[in-house]
Design a protein around this ligand. Structure first.
Ligand SMILES: C[S@@+](CC[C@H](N)C(=O)[O-])C[C@H]1O[C@@H](n2cnc3c(N)ncnc32)[C@H](O)[C@@H]1O
Length: 464
């Protein structure tokens, strides 16, 4: 492999990153206090969670909040089951069987054809999970099923796992049918809480990053974000891209795209200086946090972080959207790294999947610091105003929570922002409780006409 030349400032950057990590300054988090939660408890006095003690004192509040945090983190396991089901539906590395798209999924259990796709896929997936040459993603999924109490040793063990995979598939079919029903009558705020009872998934793709790019460029054009003004950035829930719910992408290793994509947009728009920014990610998922910690450690040791940038053109997008997205994608990553040869796309997908890859410079990747934080009930202990953020981003995350939890998250986001700082999210945040975060701008993107899909990016600003 060709050796990349490091910036002359690299030893200094490494020293800074290590000092920061050693001081622990970046990673101190705390639970929301009873005092800080009071305005939300008052606004929801008629609809408080049933298990919340009446008029709690500090000790009761602290115990309750920690219990809620544990419950939220437990939802990750169900989300991982969804990832496994998406791997079963769409994976391309372990089988040549037909993929189970939404239309086929709706027919699972009633169509012998779809049932046979599912059976064959389940058999092939179990073989791949047990294989001694399993890929990084498959190894993670293997560890997950073993943790859930399954094994590959005997034919009975494998039959039990197969039944579990097929039960999960039926569960996803029923869940999607419920979502379709709900969406027929749901208003904007009900849509914004659609997944409140669902397992929490890690999947990601490039569409929200493009929407963020548009929103940031609108804020820059309107003078709401000034050149060079975004130094401290946080991304809530950056996610881990492996076997997502739109198409099989198990042909490259798990990766976190959003930090790279957002930084590239900010630098291109002149909002962020690549030499002085600090980016923290806040996530509850150990898989995400460990992945990003490893990437940072490797970057400190001088290694590049390679991201694959795939997208699927089989979706019938508006021509204008498609042209603008393609231009964004072709340029993506050039400020933070160098284009490199992407992984080969399996023949079966070659017609629809477009892919580039970028090797992110260590100077950039070493400045991305993962923090274990539950944004609903935790925040950074930032008594120092310099530790507050100019910009916090969170896409496809608040939809997993109801209005009460979103209001807690809104208070935590506000507490971590500098005055005038922004939160950008494609989820509309509940506004029942008073908050210093006010909707300051909205970006609307027409993605598709028939059926109509419109994406939104909501830009909230912290009032002084
Ligand atoms: C569906 S992924 C979205 C990934 C990416 N933001 C995107 O839009 O493509 C949701 C991410 O949010 C994280 N997450 C969910 N609830 C969270 C919470 N309460 N606090 C922090 N992270 C959370 C998950 O672990 C996961 O990484």
């Amino acid at each position: 492999m060709r050796k990349k030349r490091l910036s002359p400032l690299y030893p200094l950057i490494v020293a800074l990153v290590l000092t920061r990590a050693a001081s622990g300054q970046q990673t101190k988090t705390e639970f929301i206090s009873l005092d800080a939660a009071q305005p939300i408890l008052q606004s929801f006095s008629n609809a408080l969670p049933e298990d919340l003690p009446k008029a709690p004192d500090n000790a009761a509040w602290s115990a309750w909040v920690q219990g809620q945090d544990t419950k939220i983190r437990q939802r990750l396991e169900l989300g991982e089951e969804d990832t496994l089901t998406n791997l079963l539906r769409f994976g391309v590395t372990y089988t040549s069987e037909y993929q189970i798209d939404r239309e086929y999924l709706a027919k699972y259990g009633q169509s012998s054809l779809v049932n046979s796709f599912a059976e064959n896929r389940a058999n092939d997936l179990i073989r791949a999970l047990a294989s001694p040459t399993a890929s990084e993603g498959m190894l993670e999924m293997r560890a997950f099923v073993i943790k859930r109490g399954y094994s590959f040793k005997t034919p009975q063990d494998r039959a039990r796992l197969k039944q579990h995979l097929l039960d999960n598939l039926a569960h996803m079919r029923d869940e999607f049918a419920q979502f379709r029903e709900k969406l027929k009558t749901a208003d904007e705020s009900e849509q914004a809480q659609l997944y409140a009872q669902r397992g929490i998934s890690l999947d990601s793709n490039l569409w929200p990053d493009y929407a963020l790019d548009l929103a940031l460029s609108e804020l820059a054009k309107a003078g709401m974000l000034k050149p060079g003004s975004v130094r401290r950035i946080a991304i809530v829930g950056p996610g881990l891209d492996f076997a997502n719910k739109e198409y099989g992408n198990d042909f490259y290793p798990p990766q976190s795209i959003q930090p790279t994509a957002v930084l590239d947009s900010l630098i291109r728009l002149g909002l962020t200086d690549p030499n002085t920014f600090e980016l923290s990610t806040f996530d509850i998922s150990p898989s995400v946090n460990i992945h990003l910690a490893r990437a940072q450690k490797n970057a400190i040791a001088g290694k590049h972080y390679v991201v694959q940038l795939p997208w699927n053109s089989a979706v019938p997008f508006n021509p204008e959207y498609l042209a603008a997205f393609t231009a964004y994608w072709q340029d993506l990553g050039k400020r933070v790294g160098t284009p490199v040869e992407p992984v080969a796309v399996p023949l079966k997908l070659a017609q629809d999947i477009h892919i580039r890859a970028v090797s992110v410079r260590p100077e950039i990747a070493s400045r991305i610091t993962p923090v274990d934080m539950n944004i609903v009930y935790q925040r950074m202990d930032a008594a120092d105003p310099d530790q507050k953020f100019d910009l916090i981003i969170g896409t496809n995350i608040f939809i997993y929570y109801g209005a009460f939890e979103q209001s807690m998250a809104r208070a935590n986001l506000a507490a971590m922002l500098k005055p005038g700082g922004f939160v950008l999210s494609n989820d509309l945040l509940a506004d029942k409780a008073p908050s210093r975060l006010e909707l300051a701008h909205g970006t609307t993107i027409k993605v598709r006409s028939e059926p109509q899909i419109i994406e939104h990016m909501y830009c909230y600003r912290l009032q002084p």
